[in-house]
Design a protein around this ligand. Structure first.
Ligand code: DOR
Ligand code: ZN
Length: 346
């Protein structure tokens, strides 16, 4: 098989940023993806319906001419989030989900939640209207080892919330451990997970062995190889609870290459080539479409896209090492293996 036609993919977790950075990275996503869930961790974050409307307008006006790309907006949950504002934004279809960052867990998460009892009423309302909660599933307790933070979050935070608020629909974002995969598999129809492109490819050795590689540093940090294998099994398997959220998270090289550098892998340009390669390696090309284009819409109760893209296999494809932005260059994720599949029809 050397061509593969699939329904047009969606990206269920994307950082587009704002301003010059957004203008530079947006075409990398709109080229192949029909829709994306847009992360709200701007500075300041997208916390109200009005913020989301303004941000959506900025995205739509930066979108390449003729593109039908649809940004699916999210609100950043804070302890001050107002139920009325959130419900109104959901009712008019302005927002598709709400993002929960534990305070301090990652880039621009200082306004996140510290005391989960303070957001209980908001979460109950979300359960009533079926609005999904997207969780950055890591505890921030400095006593917890960074490689254990996802597993501990499930036990200490996520499972208690889900028991407390039955019917709350939850997506565990960018899962990185077999613990999370097992939890999602057992979680029933109201629980799903996104998996990034880079976590299917790298383990923690890629970041740390033989020299430190800041472009592989992201959060949650990549774990050991057994966990990466569990993620590949979940993505390429038959469980519809797993779907693509690239977490493509551009930072300038200046911001990455610091004594304290930013977390994030920029995968938008080459994600589909990488995923197709990974699925082929695992004999699962026939399930790529489920992961990129069908399971996500099914969970979000949206129709799958009508149109298709075609990938063709051939000589290794090269991608630029960096893209230029008016803020400075941004390094494209290097999967460390030849990529043979390219998107030929949009
Ligand atoms: O690696 C990451 N980068 N993980 C996140 O959770 C946030 C993201 C960002 O915004 O840069
Ligand atoms: Zn993210």
């Amino acid at each position: 098989m050397d061509t593969l036609t699939i329904r047009r993919p969606d990206d269920w977790h994307l950082h587009l940023r704002d301003g010059a950075m957004m203008r530079a990275v947006l075409p990398e996503t709109t080229r192949h993806f029909a829709r994306a869930i847009i992360m709200p961790n701007l500075v300041p974050p997208v916390v109200t319906g009005a913020d989301a409307a303004d941000y959506r307008d900025r995205i739509l006006s930066a979108k390449p001419r003729g593109s039908k790309f649809q940004p699916l907006m999210t609100l950043y949950l804070t302890e001050e989030t107002q139920v009325g504002d959130l419900r109104a934004a959901a009712e008019i279809g302005l927002i598709t989900a709400v993002k929960l960052y534990p305070a301090g867990a990652t880039t621009n998460s200082a306004s996140g939640v510290k005391d989960f009892t303070k957001v209980k009423r908001v979460l109950e309302n979300m359960a009533q209207i079926g609005l999904p909660l997207l969780v950055h599933g890591e505890v921030t307790d400095p006593d917890i080892d960074i490689f254990d933070r996802e597993a501990v979050f499930i036990d200490r935070v996520l499972d208690p919330i889900r028991r407390d608020i039955p019917g709350l629909r939850v997506v565990m974002e960018h899962v990185t451990t077999s613990d999370a995969v097992d939890y999602v598999r057992a979680g029933g129809p109201d629980l799903a997970a996104t998996i990034t492109t880079h976590h299917l490819v790298i383990n923690r050795n890629h970041i740390l062995a033989g020299g430190i590689r800041p472009h592989y540093y992201c959060l949650p940090v990549a774990k050991r190889e057994t966990h990466r294998r569990a993620l590949v099994a979940a993505a390429t398997g038959t469980d519809t609870a797993f779907f693509l959220g690239t977490d493509s998270a551009p930072h300038t090289d200046t911001a990455k290459l610091q004594p304290c550098g930013c977390a994030g892998c920029f995968t938008a340009p080459n994600t589909l080539s990488i995923l197709t390669e990974v699925f082929e390696q695992h004999g699962a090309l026939d399930r790529l479409e489920n992961f990129t284009s069908l399971n996500g819409p099914a969970f979000y109760r949206l129709p799958a896209n009508d149109d298709t893209i075609t990938l063709r296999k051939g000589e290794p494809v090269s991608y630029p090492a960096k893209i230029d932005t008016d803020d400075g260059p941004v390094t494209v994720f290097d999967p460390g293996m030849p990529l043979h599949w390219r998107v030929i029809e949009d």
